[in-house]
Ligand binder design. Structure first.
Ligand SMILES: [Zn+2]
Length: 705
């Protein structure tokens, strides 16, 4: 029998002894590597990773819980003096990552399954797994196990790889950030507060989800709205009902010539869920403040940001202020442009400010008159399936991959339309890197936004072997109709590239620590690859290469592409200034002692967006979902921190290509994507750029004409 060396407890030293302890370590070794032995390397195995019906689902959840419980039981049997990195830190990380993957498979049901009752079942089982995992791995007894291992490693000066060393330090700090180091009485308070906070967060999000605000308008009040939008409105007696859903909201705000309609819809949209969420937000702020103070942090933002690249709220505030200053010139000149020749029916308010419900209309009008972008004509050149093939050919060349596009003929993950991309890694002896399940079209009950789901991460064994990953890429593009195949708008192409950035990061990023494999890096670096990939859809050469008219097969005319590319930054000043104001608001909300978030938001809004009136009748903060979203909370800035990495990387790539260096994208793969979260993103940037990314490059790019 092959078992572990009993004295060191080192899982990688194998001897031939058969004591009880050896058996324990042998079992632990096997259990720890369950994750790596999941060889999901073909279509059938991919499907089988997801439970397909109710009975499979309940078995699956039971199995996931048993696996995790068994791992923890094994780890807890290790005598304190034999605890080390591999048998405690690594073993627990692998167990937690495994149940996370199972949970993601279950969550995929709740986000995309066509059957509503199975979706609900999926949601309930997902919640059950989240709670189970939290109770199992976040307890004082588990903290003690980590602490014992940590003490042994320190005491004997055990040398660890840089990745493991970093992980260990972070893990100890984050366990303390959960309050696990506190005395029992305080810890129970922390636990109770956390339960309350979780409940408040999910109510906050649910209230936004379930909000059904709408306005009723007559036919005359829809003047200017595109025919296709009007046709999609439901009739109520002699009125039409405009909901706050995006397919209604945006076309009406952009094109409706009737101010009263725009004003009412703006107020309905910006006050979604207000009645319920205004008090919830106040309570959430208070409870998060208390939680942070109990654990020993100056504010919730300090607790929320300590393990990010920014590290402190002070650094974040400085960063946001530099962005605000940097965009100001462009913002001002746009406001001047927008107000110079006001279109018919638009007027400024008594303070000479743009009324907020006129802003989108003005921006659209400005683009139309100055850039003559023709979105509808451009869309005819991007039939989805043909474009997808060309895009994948490009990625094959860029990253040394082989990608097979499998048309599942409506037998995708849940017998739904879509494609599965089987990706082989040519740079690594053609090993199967994994599968991207592409779920492209909207359907009843499906998650309405773009989302790249990290179902299974590629973890690296000391031998160098890596298990294939699974990615579920959900988007909601223009579906095919009886008349024609699916054709993609330019913004849909940009979303596709964005999500593919996450998908390839998840597929290629193999780290030593299971939980750091895939795209699991700091939140303020997460959007680095995805925002970088978006640039590819703004390159004329690529649009030329991918485009062909869906009926005539003709190439895209230059003028359509040029107009689109020229319009990229048309109103970027206003757009980014709004993002920066929301970043500052999400930070300051959680710096402690905020009693009136609406007032705080209005102050920041007026400061960041001069010349655009601040409407006292709205409660935008009540539907700002990032405030309650686990990944963001005080970190809305994270998008823009990552933007700095992405924009500078793109600049570098273009510069290198101009110098005749052709494999820069492959370098990006090797020095960034392939690391996953195994190396600090600052170090990844140092390797790729030779320096840290510069905020100036970012500001220059977003404020250029
Ligand atoms: Zn993203």
């Amino acid at each position: 029998m092959i078992v572990m060396n009993q004295e060191s407890g080192n899982l990688n030293q194998i001897t031939q002894k058969t004591t009880e302890r050896d058996i324990l370590f042998s079992q632990l070794f096997q259990q720890t590597h369950t994750l790596h032995t999941l060889t999901v390397d073909n279509l059938n195995a991919v499907r089988q990773f997801f439970p397909q019906n109710n009975s499979e689902l309940s078995d699956y959840v039971q199995k996931a819980q048993n696996e995790a419980q068994y791992s923890l039981d094994l780890v807890s049997k290790i005598p304190s003096h034999l605890r080390d990195f591999d048998n405690t830190f690594y073993a627990l990380d692998a167990a937690e990552t495994l149940i996370y993957s199972r949970r993601r498979a279950v969550e995929s049901i709740s986000k995309t399954h066509p059957d509503s009752s199975f979706r609900n079942e999926g949601t309930a089982c997902k919640d059950q797994l989240v709670e189970f995992s939290l109770n199992l791995f976040s307890s004082k007894s588990v903290y003690n196990m980590y602490n014992e291992a940590y003490q042994n490693i320190e005491k004997y000066g055990v040398s660890l790889s840089k990745e493991k060393e970093d992980y260990m330090k972070w893990k100890m700090q984050s366990l303390r950030a959960e309050g696990l180091h506190l005395e029992e009485k305080e810890y129970l308070q922390v636990k109770a507060l956390k339960t309350d906070i979780n409940r408040l967060e999910s109510f906050f999000l649910k209230n936004i989800d379930e909000d059904r605000s709408f306005i009723l308008v007559s036919d005359e009040e829809l003047l200017g709205v595109p025919e296709s939008t009007i046709n999609s409105l439901i009739k109520e007696n002699t009125f039409k009902k405009i909901t706050c859903q995006y397919p209604h909201y945006f076309p009406v705000m952009r094109y409706c010539k009737v101010e009263k309609t725009r004003q009412s819809l703006y107020r309905a949209f910006e006050s979604r869920a207000a009645e319920k969420n205004v008090p919830i937000l106040k309570e959430l702020i208070q409870k998060r403040d208390r939680l942070a103070n109990l654990i020993g942090y100056a504010s919730f933002a300090h607790l929320d940001i300590f393990d990010q690249l920014a590290q402190t709220p002070e650094a974040v505030e400085k960063f946001i202020l530099s962005l605000k200053d940097g965009i100001q010139g462009k913002f001002k000149s746009e406001i001047e442009q927008l107000t110079k020749e006001l279109p018919d029916g638009i007027s400024l308010d008594e303070n000479n400010c743009i009324k907020p419900w006129d802003l989108m209309y003005l921006q659209e009008d400005y683009k139309k008159t100055h850039y003559s972008v023709n979105e509808i004509a451009l869309q005819q050149y991007f039939p989805f399936e043909r474009t997808l093939k060309k895009i994948m050919t490009m990625f094959e060349e860029m990253f040394s991959l082989e990608i097979e596009i499998i048309d599942t003929k409506n037998k995708g993950l849940w017998n739904t339309p879509g494609w599965i991309l089987a990706v082989k890694d040519k740079a690594n002896k053609g090993r199967i890197a994994g599968h991207i399940i592409l779920d492209p079209f909207p359907r009843e009950g499906k998650f309405p936004h773009g989302y790249c789901f990290d179902v299974l991460s590629p973890c690296r064994l000391p031998s160098g072997d890596v298990n294939p990953a699974i990615v579920l890429l959900m988007v909601n593009f223009t579906p095919p109709s009886e008349m024609r195949e699916s054709i993609l708008r330019h913004d849909e192409l940009v979303v596709l590239f964005h999500e593919l950035g996450h998908a390839f990061h998840q597929l290629l990023g193999n780290a030593e620590m299971p939980s750091r494999s895939g795209y699991h890096i700091q939140r303020d670096a997460l959007e680095w690859p995805s925002r970088l990939f978006e640039f590819l859809m703004w390159e004329k050469e690529n649009l030329k290469k991918f485009g062909e008219h869906f009926e005539t097969n003709l190439p895209v005319p230059d003028e359509l592409i040029d107009a689109k590319i020229n319009s990229k930054n048309a109103t970027s000043g206003v757009t980014f200034a709004r993002f920066f104001y929301l970043s500052m608001f999400s930070l300051k909300c959680f710096l402690g002692g905020v009693e009136n978030p609406k007032l705080l938001r209005e102050e920041i809004e007026k400061d960041f967006l001069p010349n655009i009136a601040c409407d006292p009748q709205i409660n935008k903060e009540a539907s700002f979902l990032h405030l309650a979203e686990h990944f963001y909370r005080s970190k809305f800035y994270a998008y823009f921190w990552a933007d700095v990495f992405a924009f500078d990387s793109y600049d570098h790539i273009i510069d290198q290509q101009k110098r005749g260096i052709s494999n820069v994208w492959l370098k990006f793969r090797e020095l960034v994507l392939d690391h996953g979260g195994g190396l600090n993103p600052n170090d990844q940037a140092l390797q790729f750029l030779g320096r840290l990314p510069a905020v100036e490059t970012y500001l220059k790019k977003i404020s250029s004409e």
